[in-house]
Design a protein around this ligand. Structure first.
Ligand SMILES: Nc1ncnc2c1ncn2[C@@H]1O[C@H](COP(=O)(O)OP(=O)(O)O)[C@@H](O)[C@H]1O
Ligand SMILES: [Mg+2]
Length: 294
């Protein structure tokens, strides 16, 4: 197997919160291989954006390491944010924003060809962001992120603010570009079906910890961690109704000091879960749980 393009080891990121220091990420390991697409899923606040920011060098690890093995350094990294205005300056034309990374890195690119590639008419290059639709703006943000032909594209919920019909167009665009250009993807979402569509592998994050990780089809078809099951069950599906123990899953709450992070919400939690952090099992794929499903 080839060396990982991205290697995240025992990553801890601490922030100052209202009640003192807390860990937004707490011992995260993650590898992404060349050409691989990995989906990072979890509810709001579990640390997804923080992980993307650390990979980009915008936040610093408190402990642990992030190694990005691209010979081209930061040029090898592309980023698509949920809000396209994070990468499109409102006072600049679309063409100028798309061409900006190339200008900074003194590279020659064909902005018209890039716009065409992402499904935009090149004439939109002379327009300003507010003159485009939300979907068109996100296409332009993708053109910018792909302009230097990154080895790894980070996507942080790029469809979350778009209408449903537009969401699938953007997902298709990312998938087609990945197949054509062969870059790796880290796709962040709170939505498992989306990630399954796009990704080879799924990593499930809960309150700063990876609780399950495995091939996308396997995690989707047979989630082993109760939290992964809960994420899937929040997607309406007839087959899943009636499989839950009485009482169901609890509300997201504060972080417990010991034991399993998910224990306060887990219908299967017992004394051991509340006291002792779960030891990961690896077969058929990784799950950190004392009572894995299936
Ligand atoms: N700069 C910061 N300072 C303090 N707390 C932060 C900062 N950035 C993120 N957080 C907190 O860290 C946790 C994880 O945030 P985030 O990574 O944005 O989660 P997600 O993207 O999964 O919604 C949240 O509780 C958030 O409030
Ligand atoms: Mg986020």
């Amino acid at each position: 197997m080839s060396e990982p393009l991205l290697e995240v080891r025992s990553l801890v990121v601490e922030f100052e919160g209202p009640g003192g220091k807390f860990r937004a990420l707490d011992g995260v390991d993650l590898e992404i291989r060349p050409g691989e697409s990995v989906g990072l899923v979890g509810e709001s606040g579990c640390g997804k954006t923080t992980l993307a920011r650390v990979i980009l060098g915008l936040d610093r690890p408190s402990h642990g390491s992030v190694v990005f093995r691209s010979e081209r350094g930061s040029e090898g990294l592309g980023m698509v944010w949920q809000d396209p205005s994070a990468s499109l300056n409102p006072r600049w034309t679309i063409g100028r924003s798309v061409g900006e990374p190339a200008r900074i890195h003194r590279k020659k690119i064909d902005v018209d060809a890039l716009l065409t590639e992402v499904g935009l008419d090149p004439s939109l290059g002379c327009r300003y962001p507010h003159e485009l639709s939300g979907g068109q703006r996100q296409r332009a943000a993708i053109a910018r992120a792909l302009s230097l032909r990154p080895d790894l594209l980070l996507c942080d919920e790029p469809t979350a603010a778009l209408d449903l019909s537009i969401q699938s167009q953007i997902l298709n665009l990312i998938r087609e570009e990945q197949r054509r250009l062969g870059f790796s993807v880290l796709y962040i979402s709170h939505d498992l079906p989306t990630v399954r569509f796009l990704c080879d592998r799924i990593v499930v994050l809960y309150l700063g910890k990876v609780v399950e990780e495995g091939p996308a089809e396997e995690v989707y078809a047979a989630p082993r961690h109760p939290y992964a099951r809960m994420l899937l069950d929040s997607v309406p599906s007839l087959e899943r109704v009636g499989e839950l123990p009485i009482g169901g899953f609890g509300e997201a709450g504060s972080r417990p000091h010991r034991g399993c992070v998910f224990a306060p919400r887990c219908p299967w939690a017992d004394d051991r879960c509340r006291e002792v952090p779960p030891a990961p099992t690896r077969e058929p794929h990784r799950v950190d749980c004392w009572h894995p499903l299936g």
